[in-house]
Design a protein. Structure first.
Length: 136
């Protein structure tokens, strides 16, 4: 095996590890979003009331949004781990939607929302740069 081929495979394995890490992050973020959603649906007192905010929505509505998005992110994370081709595009889309939802959720849990936005940005990066190596 030539040195150039070894470098190409080593780089690919590193990025592949990034995709595995992104999939695990998606699974964890999906579970946490599901729990956030359940908390907002079940008991509106879980999250503090805020004053006037541009993106003010009913907490139960937010709960359903987080619950549904969490399930989709969780399932997409498992699909990434199993190597489903469609899961790369779906992962990028759901991570993008997660960024938007968490940006709008900032008044309720600002630090946590920023952490989830950062995780989603890493997921998008890892899925965009991954290029599988054709092995013969």
């Amino acid at each position: 095996m030539s040195q150039q081929t070894q470098h190409a495979r080593a780089g690919s394995d590193t990025v592949h590890g990034g995709v595995i890490f992104a999939a695990v992050l998606m699974i964890v973020a999906g579970v946490l979003a599901i729990l956030q959603g359940i908390g907002a649906i079940a008991e509106d007192d879980v999250y503090a009331r805020i004053g006037d905010y541009v993106f003010e929505f009913d907490l139960t509505g937010w709960g359903w949004l987080h619950l549904i998005l969490g399930v989709l992110v969780l399932l997409t994370g498992f699909a990434l781990l199993s190597g489903q081709g469609w899961s790369f595009i779906a992962g990028i889309i759901f991570a993008g939607l997660s960024i938007i939802a968490n940006f709008m959720w900032l008044p309720y849990t600002p630090v946590w929302s920023i952490i989830l936005i950062a995780i989603a940005i890493f997921v998008i990066w890892a899925l965009c740069v991954y290029r599988p190596v054709n092995r013969r």
